[in-house]
Structure formats: structure tokens, C-alpha cells
Design a protein around this ligand. Structure first.
Ligand code: GDR
Length: 329
């Protein structure tokens, strides 16, 4: 019989790639969507018609329990989160409730229904924050530096507690930055790739950037969702650090994107100190050895190939009119 997977945050970048992977594997895929977010299902494009939608608010514990009871999912992937880190300063409590509250309500539902659902929690490298070592692995202490990271850490511990106390098959992937053609333009990779494509087509001339010396471990979202799935197929529920193990600066990202369209980035990029983030002097880079050894997981798409994919897709979108030039200024 086909397995059933329930995904929160299904209309986000990772939701798309994970749904696609699970549908290809023959899963029945259901997505939890709050009643006021039903329209966002169109973000799943060609997958939308294959997804069963469960309409429940994140705060509705009874509603979430009912969904779990009725669906009896083999696997739950909890991806729901406001993922743009700076926004969490504007609404720390809302972030905590969405991130931690949803994880805890779902874990409670699984425990109450008493089924053998395997639970994946989307943890983040932001939980490491002010690191005292690089690269980081599963033993690295956490030191979150913003409300988003603190909320993710609380959700992470909630998952660990449910596993320890109730014996649930619950685990988390501590994921480093992962990008794709589906990344929204407020994230730095997409912002840069869209700008490079727009400048190439003469739709704009400059790009304002924050800290060019900031460094990240950027991987491909399609690779990272594969790791999520593998974690739930393992014999034991465990934490895994998921990243490429390679650090690149924002400067390298900009150079790579402009290189794809044959432009010299130094002629177009302007640094705006107002876009700098305070407390960002730490090198977040993964040591994914455990994932390689236990799950056989390795990233398939290189940094350069990822940036090229993203730039080419934005060129195509702009040329076909899928993105209106007026929105790229
Ligand atoms: P991040 O992603 O905060 O790491 O979180 P983002 O792409 O926003 O920033 C990456 C790095 O680029 C630097 N930067 C800029 N960032 C943006 N957005 N705009 C700029 O103009 C700019 N200039 C420099 C940032 O300072 C930062 O160092 C992502 C999200 O997916 C989280 O949800 C996830 O948990 C973590 O990755 C792992």
C-alpha cells in the first residue's frame, strides 16, 4: 500500500521539492494549509492537483489532532516556518508560536493518536549561531543569536523530548542554507541571481547589497530534501547536520552570478551598510560526515551549478514575461 506523508509548509521552496520527491516515490502526499492560505497552493504549480489539502490553522490543536487521526500518516515533515531570519525581530512571539507551537502540537497529536508516524523536524544551522568551532557537526553546542534561531531550537528540543519520553520516531535535520530557482527574492542568492539577469537584459543597472564578506554554506534544496526523506527511512531516529561543507562569501556569490551573464559585478554592485546584519561574524559551515556515513547522503549540485541554474531560470522568466520587469527594481 502507498505510504502517506503529511507536510506542513508545503507551499514553500522545500515543500515543493519534497512533495515532488515523495510523489515520484509513489507516496500519497497531504499538505496542511491554514484556511486563509489556500490560495498559496498554486505555488506548487504542476504538483498542486496531486496534493490532498488539509485545512487547519497552526494554532488549532484539536484540528491538527483530527487530521493526524484521520490521515494516519506514515511520515510527517514539519517544514512550516517564517523562514526569512531578519523578520523574526519584528515578531519574536509570533515566530515562536508558529515554529515551536506547530511542532509541539503535531508531536502531541502523534503521541495522542498512538500511531507509528515518523516525524521530521526542520531544524536550522542558525541554531548554532555564535559558534566556537568550524565546521559544525551534531556535537556542536547551540548558541542562537536571533528569535528565529531560538524558536527553531525550542522546536528541536520539543522533538527530542517527545522521542526520549514517549519513544516517538522523531528526528531533525539541521540544515544549512539551501537554495533553488524557487527561492523568494528577499533571500540573498535569488536577489543576486535575479538582479544579474535583470541587469543583463537592461531592466536595471545597479544592485544594493549588504555585507559582501558574509559567508554561508549554500546547497541545493533538491539535494537537502532527499536527506530529509533518508532520515525517516533510517533504522534509528537521529539528528543530522546537512550542508555541503563548503563556505562561500556573498562576494563570490555575486561574482559567480554576474559571470553567468558575462558581466563585471564591480560595475553594478553598491554596498549599503544599512543592509548589514549585526552579530554576524561567525562561520556557519557543515561537517556532513554523519549523513554521508549513515544515510549515504551527499550533495549532488555544486555551488557554481546552483547559481547558474538560478540565473538561467530568471533570464527565462524575464524573457517570457513570467516576471514583470517593473517588479525587479
Ligand atoms: P539566512 O539567508 O539568513 O542565512 O537564512 P539569507 O539569504 O537571507 O542571507 C544569507 C547571507 O547573506 C548576507 N547578505 C544579504 N542577505 C540578504 N537577504 N540580502 C542582502 O542584500 C544581503 N547582503 C548580504 C546575510 O547577511 C547573510 O549572511 C537562510 C534561511 O533559509 C533560513 O530559514 C535558514 O534557517 C538558514 O538559511 C539556514
Amino acid at each position: 500500500m502507498a505510504k502517506t506523508a503529511l507536510i506542513t509548509g508545503i507551499t514553500g521552496q522545500d515543500g515543493y521539492y519534497l512533495s515532488r520527491l515523495l510523489l515520484q516515490k509513489g507516496y500519497r502526499v497531504a499538505g496542511l494549509l491554514p484556511p486563509d492560505r489556500q490560495a498559496s497552493l498554486t505555488k506548487l504549480d504542476e504538483l498542486a492537483s496531486q496534493i490532498q489539502v488539509c485545512s487547519v490553522a497552526w494554532t488549532d490543536a484539536a484540528g491538527l489532532l483530527k487530521v493526524v487521526e484521520q490521515l494516519q500518516p506514515n511520515e510527517i515533515y514539519n517544514l512550516a516556518a517564517p523562514s526569512f531570519v531578519p523578520d523574526s525581530w519584528n515578531d519574536p512571539l509570533g515566530t515562536l508560536d508558529l515554529v515551536t507551537g506547530t511542532a509541539t502540537r503535531l508531536l502531541t497529536a502523534v503521541r495522542q493518536v498512538g500511531i507509528d508516524t515518523r516525524f521530521y523536524q526542520a531544524s536550522s544551522s542558525e541554531m548554532f549561531g555564535k559558534v566556537d568551532r568550524s565546521p559544525q557537526d551534531e556535537e556542536t553546542p547551540f548558541c542562537p543569536m536571533n528569535p528565529y534561531a531560538a524558536a527553531k531550537l525550542h522546536a528541536h528540543w520539543s522533538m527530542v523530548h517527545h522521542r526520549q519520553r514517549y519513544g516517538l520516531f522523531a528526528c531533525s535535520g539541521i540544515l544549512y542554507n539551501h537554495e533553488s530557482e524557487r527561492r523568494p527574492p528577499n533571500f540573498v542568492t535569488r536577489k543576486v541571481c535575479l538582479a544579474a539577469a535583470s541587469i543583463k537584459l537592461g531592466l536595471r543597472d545597479t544592485l544594493e547589497m549588504g555585507n559582501l564578506d558574509a559567508k554561508r554554506d549554500w546547497g541545493y534544496a533538491g539535494d537537502h530534501v532527499e536527506a530529509m526523506w533518508r532520515m525517516l527511512q533510517a533504522s534509528e531516529p537521529e539528528e543530522y547536520v546537512i550542508g555541503t561543507g563548503q563556505l562561500h562569501s556573498v562576494r563570490e556569490l555575486v561574482a559567480a552570478a554576474f559571470d553567468c551573464v558575462g558581466l563585471d559585478w564591480t560595475r553594478h554592485v553598491v554596498v549599503n551598510p544599512q543592509l548589514f546584519r549585526p552579530d554576524e561574524h561567525f562561520q556557519l559551515v557543515a561537517n556532513p560526515t554523519k549523513a554521508k556515513q549513515n544515510l549515504g547522503w551527499e550533495p549532488q549540485v555544486s555551488f557554481e551549478a546552483l547559481i547558474e541554474k538560478m540565473v538561467l531560470k530568471d533570464l527565462e522568466r524575464l524573457q517570457s514575461g513570467a516576471i514583470k520587469p517593473s517588479t525587479v527594481q
